[in-house]
Design a protein around this ligand. Structure first.
Ligand code: C2E
Ligand code: MG
Ligand code: MG
Ligand code: MG
Length: 292
């Protein structure tokens, strides 16, 4: 988008360049104001978690959920993480926000389990800064203890770039988590650089195929090949494989035919408020839409 703006600005001369400059200033001001209000958001309790179902592709049953942060901004409305998480990372607020996310997800999940809903895996995304912080393991241990949530039902999602930086310390943190019974998933798999030898050494339970490969599955033969290869890789390493961003019946049918374990995407369910997710869990049954 910025490249295009620059192109048009150059093409059509000074007037447009001025317009472009103003847009950039406007954007900088917006970033600054988001950063300022981000500092207050935790105290004001403006964050919330939505939960998106992960389903077993064979039965359609909910086997887990991914907790996804949202910010109920007083002026701007409900903001998605794309609008504020990189700012939170740049100014270090990602650490207290990450602690809030973990605690909130564990509290919610423990409440679901205590109310007699079927047990599901609850996944939480973790940023590089959190994963590398000194207090990370201790905070997880303490949170599990105070919330009473079963560690075997907690999954931590990490991207390849987080895992492959400083592999020795990564390996030790992953083993500590795994020893606590916590499950580990590689998020956005296929978009970063993973060393296959570490993929084998790390105690990883789940590979999440990035949605960019799933999007074009039925239009682009290369993407279909990649998805199939990741499913085989996961199987041979005894990992569960889940496809992200499943939006159509064709994508679902392809994944099922290739024996992918799980799916997540708008085709099965959007990220939703905890009450809605609880209602779905209570109803049981399959989230695979009836085909026509
Ligand atoms: P992610 O972990 O890869 O999460 C999946 C994203 O894909 C979510 O976007 C989800 O709403 C979206 N999605 C799910 N199904 C579909 C689909 O069928 N089609 C399409 N086009 N998109 C789908 P969201 O909620 O905007 O989150 C974006 C990213 O922000 C996440 O990507 C994750 O990297 C980060 N994030 C979200 N919550 C947290 C959090 O609590 N902590 C940290 N550190 N990062 C988070
Ligand atoms: Mg994720
Ligand atoms: Mg992902
Ligand atoms: Mg992503």
């Amino acid at each position: 988008h910025a490249d295009m703006a620059m192109f048009y600005a150059k093409e059509s001369g000074r007037n447009n360049y001025k317009f472009f400059e103003q847009e950039m200033i406007g954007r900088a001001v917006e970033l600054q104001s988001i950063e300022a209000s981000l500092h207050l958001a935790l105290e004001r309790n403006e964050f919330l978690l939505h939960y998106q179902p992960k389903i077993d592709l064979h039965s359609g049953a909910i086997v887990g959920v991914e907790a996804l942060i949202r910010w109920q901004h007083p002026q701007r409305g409900l903001l998605l993480p794309g609008h504020f998480m990189s700012i939170a990372e740049d100014c270090g607020l990602i650490l207290p926000i990450g602690r809030w996310v973990l605690r909130e997800a564990c509290l919610q999940a423990a409440a679901w389990m205590n109310s007699g809903l079927p047990a599901i895996i609850v996944a939480v995304n973790t940023s590089a800064l959190e994963f590398r912080s000194e207090e990370f393991l201790e905070h997880i241990r303490a949170t599990l203890k105070t919330t009473g949530f079963d560690p075997h039902l907690l999954e931590i999602e990490l991207t390849e770039s987080v895992l492959m930086r400083d592999v020795e310390s990564t390996n030790s943190v992953l083993h500590s988590l795994s020893d606590m019974g916590i499950r580990l998933a590689i998020d956005d798999f296929g978009t970063g650089y993973s060393s296959l030898s570490y993929l084998r050494r790390f105690p990883i339970n789940t590979l999440k195929i990035d949605q960019c490969f799933v999007n074009q599955l039925n239009a682009n033969p290369d993407d279909a090949t990649i998805v199939q290869a990741v499913i085989s890789l996961g199987k041979s390493l005894h990992q569960r494989v889940i496809a992200e961003g499943v939006e159509t019946q064709e994508q679902y049918e392809f994944l099922l035919a290739k024996n992918c374990d799980e799916g997540q995407g708008y085709y099965f369910g959007f990220p939703m408020a905890p009450q809605s997710l609880a209602a779905l869990l209570k109803a049981g049954g399959s989230l695979i839409p009836a085909s026509d």
